[in-house]
Design a protein around this ligand. Structure first.
Ligand code: ACO
Length: 320
């Protein structure tokens, strides 16, 4: 039994905020942002547009791509740090939005690594027979937890959603599906990247706080180690992998990892210029971009990887 990826889809809010526009609000410049991060623009959700709305749109696109109906789905897992409410989960709101009244739905919180954590959980639940057809969604409205006066963080993030339909399959187990996932965390450095609010501590939502240069240092090292361990666990070499789909935090992190693992730049999918960092949504958004533009094809060996607040990090390997 393997968990195979039946379809993928994504959604970006209509409004695009360019670096130029941002530099009118805070003391920054297009040149600084591009040089330090590779980011050129980000999408920002409209007033009245919520994380669940982005997730529903991405889920519908993934179902269409899979040629499946919402009623086929018996598990919804949503990776998000920007839920609609403290509770209920955004997953149940998406479930209702898709007209599904059976199966189970829940959120997971691993910040930017959420999609990798989600794939690990969905893979386990499909392989043990708990569910047959799952929607794994990464959806974020990070614009809502940014301090728009803090130039060290507000230039980095954007809103969006990506979704995959994953199904338990015995027939395709030889030729497709998840081969291994690898997840790790370490709370020792939680204050290097966190949100300074929450229901229990402050009864507020809070804003993103980050010591960027410190995060950078850990990210390159830990991601590279996770990718190597994930490949080894599946019995393949990094050289066998066709495509790498990283969390889109910063082009310099992507380049640092590529250099360390001797990856060819053209194998590394980068959407950071257009989407910025959409946290848990960034990996499926990048993957969908590369599937739709014809780079990633059925049968290709694909590795996802991410690093985020916690710290949390991980990698996932599958044959698409
Ligand atoms: N515009 C202009 N200048 C700025 C800006 C800005 N937007 N932001 C900071 N600066 C200034 C700083 O004040 C500093 O000035 P100083 O030298 O006069 O003190 C200077 O630029 C350099 O600042 P650094 O923080 O050292 O810059 P660095 O090269 O490290 O780049 C960045 C900052 C882009 C944040 C980088 O450290 C980074 O990308 N880090 C990793 C971020 C990341 O990966 N996050 C992970 C996931 S996010 C998640 O999980 C939610």
């Amino acid at each position: 039994m393997r968990s195979v990826i039946k379809g993928i889809g994504s959604y970006l809010p209509e409004h695009v905020l360019t670096n130029e526009e941002l530099s009118k609000k805070v003391e920054t410049s297009d040149a600084w942002i591009r040089e330090r991060t590779g980011i050129g623009q980000r999408h920002v959700a409209a007033e009245g547009e919520f994380t669940s709305d982005l997730g529903i749109a991405a889920a519908k696109a993934a179902l269409l791509d899979a040629g499946m109906d919402a009623q086929d789905i018996d598990l919804i897992v949503v990776a998000t740090t920007t839920p609609d409410y403290t509770f209920p989960s955004t997953a149940t709101i998406i479930q209702e939005g898709l007209g599904i009244h059976h199966g189970a739905a829940f959120d997971i919180q691993a910040v930017c690594s959420g999609f990798i954590y989600g794939m690990t959980v969905v893979d386990s639940l499909l392989k043990t027979g708990t569910a047959k057809n799952a929607l794994l969604i990464g959806a974020e409205t990070f614009s809502r937890i940014l301090d728009w006066e803090d130039r060290t963080t507000c230039v980095l993030f954007g809103d969006g959603a990506g979704a995959m339909v994953m199904s338990a399959s015995e027939d395709e187990a030889e030729t497709a599906g998840v081969m291994n996932t690898f997840v790790r965390s370490d709370g020792a450095h939680c204050k290097l990247l966190y949100v300074d609010g929450g229901p229990s501590r402050t009864q507020t939502v809070g804003h993103v706080r980050m010591v960027g240069n410190q995060v950078f240092k850990y990210a390159v090292k830990d991601i590279s180690a996770a990718m190597t361990a994930c490949a080894e666990g599946a019995g393949v070499s990094i050289d066998d992998v066709n495509w790498f789909v990283p969390h889109q935090a910063n082009q310099r992190i992507l380049n640092g990892v590529a250099k360390r693992l001797k990856l060819r730049p053209e194998q590394v999918i980068s959407t950071v210029e257009f989407h910025a960092n959409t946290s848990a949504a960034s990996v499926p958004l990048a993957m969908d971009t590369a599937v739709k533009d014809g780079r990633i094809k059925r049968g290709d060996l694909v590795m996802l990887e991410a690093f985020g607040g916690g710290f949390t990090w991980g990698a996932a390997l599958f044959r698409y």
